[in-house]
Design a protein around this ligand. Structure first.
Ligand code: PEP
Length: 251
């Protein structure tokens, strides 16, 4: 069966000053042709570093992306960044629907779908995040919640290889806790089935990332699970050493 080249994407969140560009330089220097064959890398730094990160990454064939975008292309939206602006800065990806956006900014599925559609309009690949809370998992509702998020937040017509889905259980983000590989396998299979229902057999081309406390120590067991096509990495993406150790799993 078709398996897409995996993607390891780093989400820097609200972290990173000029001094952190050295980490990006190190990542760029160590991403050799052999590793590039096996795994795609992307970094989503804060917008303030985008331009300078772009210059470092250009030669290394490492993609970069935004962490959010507004659904409109331009206009009176103080503080917001459009997908077109990210594309203009050279981005290939944008994360939409991260649980921190859902929680901190009250973003719901309909808005996230509009943002994902904006990303496609601008020629970006949206990384659409879904995931259940601890209470939802404990209530046995994890897959129902994730399926509803997929139904509500994925763009309605899209080539399956033009979107990425990230399964990020909210309780695993930044906590050091992770689901078991069996739980990850079940959820990723459920997501694949949902994508197949929405997009048909071509849904094999959609990369489904796992995210939530991925570290060098647990990356191998989490990333080798069936239907896990890479990782969305928060904390461990802030240092070149940890981010590269995770990517090296694929070498
Ligand atoms: C994230 O928030 O996208 C994430 C996966 O964070 P962490 O790796 O720090 O849990």
């Amino acid at each position: 069966p078709f398996t897409p080249r995996p993607l390891v994407a780093g989400n820097w969140k609200m972290n990173g000053l000029s001094a952190s560009l050295g980490e990006i330089e190190t990542i760029a220097a160590r991403y050799d042709a052999a590793l590039r064959d096996k795994v795609e890398l992307a970094i989503c730094p804060p917008v303030t570093l985008l331009e300078r990160a772009a210059r470092i990454l250009a030669g290394a064939k490492i993609a970069f992306g935004g962490q959010d975008c507004h659904e409109k292309p331009s206009g009176a939206h103080t503080g917001d960044i459009s997908a077109e602006m990210l594309a203009d800065a050279g981005a290939s990806y944008v994360i939409v629907g991260h649980s921190e956006r859902r929680a901190d900014h009250g973003e719901g599925d309909a808005l996230i779908r509009a943002k994902a559609q904006a990303a496609l309009r601008a020629g970006l690949t949206p990384i659409v995040c879904v995931g259940e809370t601890r209470a939802e998992r404990d209530a046995g509702r994890a897959s129902a919640i994730v399926e509803a998020q997929l139904d509500g937040s994925l763009p309605q017509s899209v080539a399956p290889d033009h979107i990425v889905v990230a399964y990020e259980p909210v309780w695993a983000i930044g906590t050091g806790l992770t689901p078991t590989p069996v739980d990850v396998a079940q959820m990723h299979a459920a997501i694949r089935a949902r994508l197949t229902a929405l997009f048909g057999a071509g849904a094999e081309a959609t990369r489904i990332l796992y995210g939530g406390s991925v570290k060098p120590a647990n990356a191998a067991e989490l990333l080798r699970v069936k239907n896990v096509d890479g990782a969305l990495v928060g904390g461990a993406s802030l240092t070149a050493k940890e981010f590269l150790e995770i990517a090296e799993i694929y070498r």
